[in-house]
Design a protein around this ligand. Sequence first.
Ligand code: ATP
Length: 461
Amino acid sequence: MIILTSSSTWNENEQILHSLKDDILVTNVDGIILKVSEVTGKIYGVDSESLIGKSVYDLERQGLFTPILTPMVVKENKKITFVQTTNKGKKLLVTGIPVYNEKGELYRIVSYSHDITELAEYKDFLITMEEEMERVKSELDLLRSKQLMDAGIIANSEDMKKVISTALQLSEVDVNALILGESGVGKSLLAKFIHNKSHRNKGPFIEVNCGAIPDSLFEAELFGYESGAFTGAHQKGKVGLIELSNGGTLFLDEIGELPLHHQVKVLKVIQEKQFYRVGGTKPIKVDFRLISATNKDLNTAIQEKRFREDLYFRLNVVPVTIPPLRKRTEDIVPLIHLLLQQFEEKYNREKKLDEAVVHHLLHYEWKGNVRELINIMERLVVLSPSTLISVEQLPDHLKKGPTLSPPSVDSDKTLKELLEETEKQILLKARKKYITTIRIANALGTSQPSIVRKLKKYKIY
Ligand SMILES: Nc1ncnc2c1ncn2[C@@H]1O[C@H](COP(=O)(O)OP(=O)(O)OP(=O)(O)O)[C@@H](O)[C@H]1O
């Protein structure tokens, strides 16, 4: 608090006031200007002396500055800071300090300011940029979701959005990519998506299921053969899958199933981008982009000497992991709608899902991931006798809901993580049984807000 002890002190300060390089203005409680520093006049483009004796209310009316500080300090009876705009369009950060006389009465208001025009401009610029970025981001989201819709891919969850964003980056370069994830999560779909978005999209997309080709036919299938290369071979010979992928993408699915004795041949063609047909003597050059996929843990396979480490490093330049469906429940409802629509069209039927069915589908474990969901949805559309698909039509294993079993202590998880896992299982079961958060809270003897928080934490919908 500032208290003036005598008016002479006030006069003594006058010289100091003029020596300051800051804008300082002193008024009485009625807003009459008593003193100003020289800088003040410059800021408003007037002679400082001409301001003396004028009322700040009049000056505001004349447009010199707005709003005025004096009444605010008088009203609040304390130090106040705010932004003032001047007749020159400047932005000033103005602070007003109340000054009291010996009786403790409000006597003067001293204000000083800092020019923050540039700062305010930067702030405006930042806000405009942020708005622009938001606009571009939502446009991009829209564009991406359209791209995904065209490709028939659902990516509603944050995890899946990240996968798609990596896939789009990958589509721009010819780097080797390894797609990891459980069976049925969409590895082949993603490989096709990368190919379709790449500059090779006019070329072929050749999918080789490494686990499905009989061992004895593997070389002939992959590398092709010359006429009469072996008994049973076609007269004219045959072009292999690798040769067919020229100019396009070679997708080696189930790469973890590739027998060890074939791995070195595959490694060679990946490295050299040339090979010999079976029975051939001429090297054949080939230009493909390689994507591989597996649901196996290749690191364990390497440790167990079932998979070559050098091949693994070649394949795994950029890994992309698609999380299991149970870990991205936000994708389940949009997938259900997409599939319902597809099967309605396919079987020319109109169906609706009971809400309880959706709940069961949301809280199922989906060990077979999207592929399993597709099967269930097709079955429901085909077999449900009425328009409304109800819980009774669900297969028994889906009606039961998740079973509660304590998590294994052999894992490297901490006690906190194990407890959270158990809590999540309990909540999944409760959500399925009681549906509403109030009923869950009652059943579990806790508050509804706490249940809402926990459901959000575990992404249980
Ligand atoms: N995000 C998704 N949106 C829409 N459909 C999907 C999605 N993910 C997977 N699918 C569909 O699920 C089915 C299984 O997908 P896909 O064959 O790509 O799985 P995968 O991981 O390659 O399986 P596997 O390991 O058994 O080869 C396909 O019909 C695919 O179109």
